[in-house]
Design a protein around this ligand. Structure first.
Ligand code: FES
Length: 283
């Protein structure tokens, strides 16, 4: 199985179809507000993994009911619920997929293809059940569950091995020692400009506004882009840093994500000033 996954990760033959689909997704899912909604910006977490709970839960429950007598109606209802709820989950997944790296997109493409086959089989199962052909409906549903399970396995690989849509920066906190760390003389910090410093070899950015200073991790939670090289801009009245790689924006007075593709907030560190020296520590 590992060898197969490695082959898919390296399968450049998938790139032509992948690039076309990426362009189509980017051209279709507009404006930015729609993309942000689908990335889960309003949650501070990716939306796609939350949405997939409904179809997967419904389909597995229907598979159990299909084994029990007198449960046709309930099983049909759950197959219908799973089939309808798979559509928004798929759209959110495509939106995330379009902002992944190339090797992640290859696995993602096969993940999407498996789930599309699963969804088509479940749509066929629903149609058969509604026409009274429950035996066919059951058979199609079990085939659909097999395809969706293969898709789920690939989705797990995408998230847990390849780190797609996982917060890429938060693990840096484990490399910062306990206690307060001196970072800069407050008086020497420029106003409204990003300054990069190190805390135990972990890069952080400092942003001063008046006597308030924000200290946040520098690596972008999306794909580790250097936020210290980003621009500061105002979004909805809040000063935000915009990642130079794919444009995710984070509030400088709290770290909340304002625009995707990151679906995760950025980690801000507690600060204090002692004898004019700015210090920060682990949250
Ligand atoms: S690395 Fe992709 S938005 Fe920052």
């Amino acid at each position: 199985m590992r060898a197969l996954l490695t082959k898919i990760e390296r399968a450049s033959a998938l790139d032509r179809a992948g690039d076309r689909l990426q362009r189509a997704v980017q051209a279709t899912l507009r404006p930015q507000r729609v993309r942000d909604l689908l990335h889960g910006v309003f949650l501070g977490h990716p939306l796609h993994p939350a949405l997939v709970q409904v179809p997967i839960g419904s389909w597995i429950s229907a598979a159990v009911l299909d084994l029990l007598p007198g449960q046709r109606r309930a099983a049909t209802t759950l197959v219908g619920l799973g089939t309808v709820s798979a559509l928004p989950a798929a759209v959110a997944g495509l939106n995330d997929w379009a902002a992944l790296s190339r090797d992640q997109r290859r696995i993602g493409l096969v993940h999407a293809a498996s789930n599309t086959i699963g969804l088509t089989l479940y749509a066929g199962s629903l149609a058969a059940r509604l026409n009274g052909r429950h035996g066919t409906g059951r058979a199609l549903a079990y085939l659909g569950l097999s395809a969706a399970s293969a898709g789920a396995y690939l989705g797990g690989h995408l998230a847990y091995k390849q780190g797609a849509q996982v917060n890429q920066s938060v693990s840096e906190l484990h490399r910062i020692g306990e206690g307060w760390h001196a970072l800069a003389d407050l008086a020497a910090l420029p106003q409204r400009k990003l300054v990069t410093r190190e805390m135990d070899d972990v890069s952080v950015i400092l942003y001063r506004h008046g006597d308030e200073v924000t200290v946040m991790l520098e690596r972008c939670p999306h794909q580790s882009g250097p936020l210290g090289e980003g621009e500061v801009t105002e979004i909805d009245g809040h000063a935000c840093v915009v990642c130079p790689w794919h444009g995710s924006a984070f509030r400088l007075n709290g770290g909340e994500v304002m625009h995707g593709p990151s679906g995760n907030d950025q980690q801000v560190l507690p600060t204090r000033v002692v004898d004019g020296v700015l210090e920060a520590r682990l949250p």
